[in-house]
Each structure stands twice: as structure tokens, then as C-alpha cells.
Write a protein that binds this ligand. Sequence first.
Ligand SMILES: [Mn+2]
Length: 391
Amino acid sequence: MGLTNLNNYLSVSKSNFSAKSIIHVVIGNEAADIDSIASSIVYAFFKEACNTKKEEIFIPVINILEQDLRLRKEAIYLFSLTGIKPENLIFFDQINLKELAEKRKLKLILVDHNKISHKQEAFSNYIEEVIDHHTDEKTYNNVIKTIEKTGSTATLVGEKIINEKQSLLDKESATILSGAILLDTSNLSFRSGKTTEKDVKISNYLITEYKINRAELFKNLSIEKHNISDLSSRDILRKDYKEWIMGRKKTGFSSVGISLKDWLKKDSSLPEEINKYYIENSLDILVIMIAYADTQFKRELILFGNDSSFLDKIYFYLQKSGGRLFPIPSNMSGGAMQFSSGMPGRSCGATASNTPASTKRRIRAYYLGETLWSRKRLQPILKTFFTDHNN
Ligand SMILES: [Mn+2]
């Protein structure tokens, strides 16, 4: 394909791909955060620019339904800034991967994850390449892997293009990549525990070379990311959601950018909404990871599950692992959510709300003292616990 620019590539590839005999799908993880979206789009663009086989094509696929893009306002902002038209993107519900697989036309490139979601496991035989920054789950053989613990997959994508096809970059692709890097690393802060020298090096190169206004880009992306005032609690829970089968437990992880206190102010029926989401996804455990900044960066952790004694075990394991969990007192949550103290064997005290009794002991809420524990860090810790103890 004669590639002129990113938007032209997206538009042409969306209308052309179905006629090709091999379709290389570049797909991000199921949470479809800005890193997954940015990395899949720009990496597919790069791979297609290097493609010499006319009967083959590389396309990005956004791993959510088209209608769910509205939850990701930071992505919409980045698209508007770079002139990308969302209608030129291919969403998961706009391509039939199953059919492509059956016709032996499918190849998969995983970006921003190195193990395919259990929901998409049927496609694991079609994976040809992985580019990612999460803990290596050491899953596939005979697959080209670039796995490195940078702050953002976009850093690895940027590095590859700078090294191999620098002429492809322009202000649009550079803005998309640096936007993802800045948001993932809290504006390249080393205190976030996520930023590496490579994130700094690659994003500084892109920002300088393409005259990007770093401060403004980061500020606006952060505002959009936390702009959840018009989202329902269900939407907040599923905006950045991942799921794993760990040991025998189906475990969901929601990343959320609003404090529990503010969330309850916004929605006093939050406990019921959490319970509904738990049921909707047939989970054993729902982990809600809250991160926000008031005077400083803070984390909170909500554990939800039917098996109260198992929640106790998780609590003890996380404490032993250095999590520094402190139960959030129920008066801090506006009394609407009747939290237990988080300590086993203690009852949950007076009831001041209309929350169904059955919901109560199933919710634990904590301040998470170890603020470096992002989902990326916490998930492998819990996975070890769930599998080693065969829980
Ligand atoms: Mn990522």
C-alpha cells in the first residue's frame, strides 16, 4: 500500500483488508487503554509500511466494541488532536476474527499484553508476534517477542520505528505515541515507579523532533481520562477492565480514577452496582484499583467476592507482600457503604444504609499504602497467591 499518512492508511486499510489473503491483526489488550490503542495503531502502520507482500496486510484492531469508545475520552481527545477519524478504525465487533481464522487468513500481533485474554484464547494459535511491557507470562513458543518493562508499550513501538523506519514518523504518529507514554508514566515522573530511562529518551526525542507541547498534551489527556462525571458506575467499572483466570478463580480487575468517597457521593447505590457487575461477569473475585490525586497521588483497593474467608486470605497475603493496607472506616465512605474493618472475625457494625445485608461482608475497602502497586504490579502478586496455594 502506498502510505501517505496515518489517517489515510487507516481509511484505506479498513476498506481493503477483507480482500487480502493474509490479514495481520495488530491488537491491544482488552482494557483498550490509551497505550493499547496508540500502540496498535502506530505499530500496524509501521508493519504495513515495511510490508512487501501485496496479498497481505497489517491492520490495527481496537479490542472493544465500537460503542464503548465513548468511555475513553482521552483516546477521543488524542484522535481529534491528530485528525484521526474514529470511523476509520476497526473495532472488535467490525471484524470477524473467527471466520478469518477458519479460512486460515489470520495472523495476530499482540501489543500491550503478552498473553491473550481467556475470552480470546481460541485465537492463541494464530499469534506471530508480541510487543509488550507487562511481566512476561512466558506463554507462547515460536513467537517473535519484544517484552521489556518500560512504562509504556508505546515506548517500545517508538523505539522500533526510530531505529528501523524513522522517515515514517510525523507529528501525528509522534503525538499519539508520546501522549500514551506521558499518560502511562504520569508525565515521565520517576516517583510513579513506572518510568524508565527509555521512556524518557524515546518520548523526549518525539516531543523535541516534532515540536509537541508536552505540558499541554499531558494536562489535557489527564483531564479527559478523569472526566467521568457523566459515566454510570457500571461504565466506570468497565472503562479500564481486565480479567484473568488465576488458579481456579475468575478474577476481574477494574482500574478507576475516582476516590471511593467521591464515587459514593456520585452514586450512593455503588455497592449494588459493584455486586451487579460481579454477577454480570460471573466472577469469583472483583478487584477495584482506585488511583487519584488530591494533594498527592493516592491508591485505594476494593475487594469483592462471595467467599468472605477467601477475602481475608487475600488481605493477609497482600499485607505480607508489603501492600500496607488500611481499612477505610465506614464514616469515610459516607456511611453508604457499610464496610467491614477488613479484619477477619469482626462483624461489620451498625447498619446505616439500605444496602442488602448479603452485600456487606463481601466488600472490603482499603487505603493502599504501597502506591507503586498498579494493576500491572498487583496482578502477578495475586496470580502467584492464587496458583501456588491452589486457591
Ligand atoms: Mn500498557
